[in-house]
Design a protein around this ligand. Structure first.
Ligand SMILES: Cc1cc2nc3c(=O)[nH]c(=O)nc-3n(C[C@H](O)[C@H](O)[C@H](O)COP(=O)(O)OP(=O)(O)OC[C@H]3O[C@@H](n4cnc5c(N)ncnc54)[C@H](O)[C@@H]3O)c2cc1C
Length: 386
């Protein structure tokens, strides 16, 4: 059987990771990206041990770690800056084999691109119809056109709040990462390479709003928060502030339609409370390639149907292999990712509590939970190995 072809729609984290994973297992891939270049917005991303294990399977762990900052610790603080819960990265590494790291999104894409030859990449090409290929991977994000075509009723749900993201100028001293929980607002920060710090703020607001000057809006909301928040905001250039409303996806009945498969945010966009959207896209990519390989091998082992010409029999076996591989991918990925979407939404609701007595009760409860229990609760998500 000759090399099989995969058309990948979308060159974000999920699409590029799928391209790397499929190429490593013998697929001929083409990645279509509507933007003129393969790049990402100017903010950071955290990658948890489960994502680093997936990157290891892609042969890219070293490439990513060399571009990332290992977090020393992280956790949640109350609005006075006191720790509610704190976990060190060493503890994470001891339990899960790898730490949590933070890096610039464009550097993550750069690491993924380092494993792909230029001739498989098609920047500036917006896909409007499902391309001809043995396999079509729709990694076209939250507003996936492929998903809208096959599952027209499924629409992103507004999470109830917006997020500002920004990266500081290099700073002489770096804080430990944390998320400060306010009332209907949160502010998080994590050091990145080069002495910069990735920061984000959230606020419960109506969908689709804009303040006209997002830098001023961030200062207005968070400038009076406990240190290091004001110092971090002082190191943010006005043009560095990005604002996006947050969404997730209701559960899809399947990630597969014929030879087309959804991956990453197109399949299971989630709110960022757990920092898992990109991590899950990386897991998807590895599992997809594994499932197709296993099913392909199993199908090729079957005898060709009597009387079928060899090439047609080979193609039919290949199609059966793709169908079986995609069914397995769906069975493995849908329950896991949809459970994480739900869990993320729950944490979101808790983190965004605005009513002061409820926020105070939340803080008290979280403070009472030992860090070991928090870590145990996270094991199914971040302790997962593809
Ligand atoms: C505020 C915020 C913070 C986050 N923090 C984290 C974090 O710390 N850790 C983490 O793991 N995740 C995080 N996430 C989630 C993460 O950003 C996403 O899950 C991840 O980017 C999804 O990658 P993707 O490749 O599936 O989709 P996308 O990144 O959306 O990529 C889709 C690509 O497809 C292209 N495309 C779309 N339509 C077409 C078309 N028709 N033809 C060609 N190209 C097309 C788009 O241009 C885009 O490049 C966060 C998200 C937000 C909003």
């Amino acid at each position: 059987m000759g090399e099989r072809s995969a058309a990948i729609i979308g060159g974000g984290i999920g699409g590029l990771a799928a391209a790397v994973a499929l190429r490593r297992t013998g697929w001929h891939v083409t990645v279509y990206e509507q933007a003129p270049a393969f790049t990402e917005v100017g903010a950071g991303i955290s990658l948890w041990p489960n994502a680093l294990h997936a990157l290891d399977r892609l042969g890219l762990l070293g490439e990513v770690l060399s571009r990332a900052e290992k977090e020393t610790a992280g956790g949640a603080k109350d609005r006075h800056g006191r720790w509610l819960t704190r976990v060190t990265s060493d503890e994470l590494e001891r339990r899960f084999g790898l730490p949590v790291v933070v890096l610039h999104r464009s550097r993550l894409l750069e690491a993924l691109l380092s494993a792909l030859p230029a001739d498989v990449l098609r920047p500036g090409e917006q896909v409007t119809d499902v391309p001809e290929a043995d396999l079509v991977v729709a990694a076209d994000g939250l507003r996936s056109t492929v998903r809208a075509r096959f599952w027209p009723g499924v629409r992103p749900r507004y999470a109830g709040h917006t997020a500002w993201r920004m990266v500081t100028r290099p700073l002489p001293t770096l804080p430990e990462g944390a998320v400060v929980w306010g009332r209907g607002e949160r502010f998080g920060y994590a050091p990145m390479p080069g002495g910069t710090v990735y920061c984000f703020g959230t606020a419960t607001v109506p969908e689709g709003g804009s303040s006209g000057d997002e830098h001023a809006e961030v200062l207005r909301r968070f400038r009076s928060w406990p240190e290091p928040v004001p110092a971090l905001l002082d190191a943010v250039a006005p043009e560095a502030v990005l604002r996006h409303d947050l969404y997730d996806l209701p559960p899809l009945p399947s990630f597969v339609h014929g030879r087309t498969v959804l991956l990453g945010d197109a399949a299971h966009a989630m709110t960022p409370s757990l920092g898992q959207g990109g991590c899950q896209a990386l897991e998807d990519a590895v599992v997809l390639a594994d499932c197709l390989t296993e099913a392909g091998l199993a199908t090729r082992g079957e005898p060709a149907t009597r009387g079928e010409p060899a090439t047609r029999a080979g193609a039919a076996a290949g199609d059966r292999g793709v169908a079986a591989g995609l069914a397995r991918y769906d069975a493995l990925r849908r329950p896991r990712t949809q459970a994480i979407v739900t869990r993320s939404a729950r944490l979101n609701t808790i983190g965004q509590i605005a009513w002061p007595p409820a926020a105070a009760a939340r803080d008290l409860l979280v403070r009472l939970v030992p860090a070991a229990v928090v870590l145990r609760g996270m094991t199914s998500v971040i302790g997962f190995r593809v």
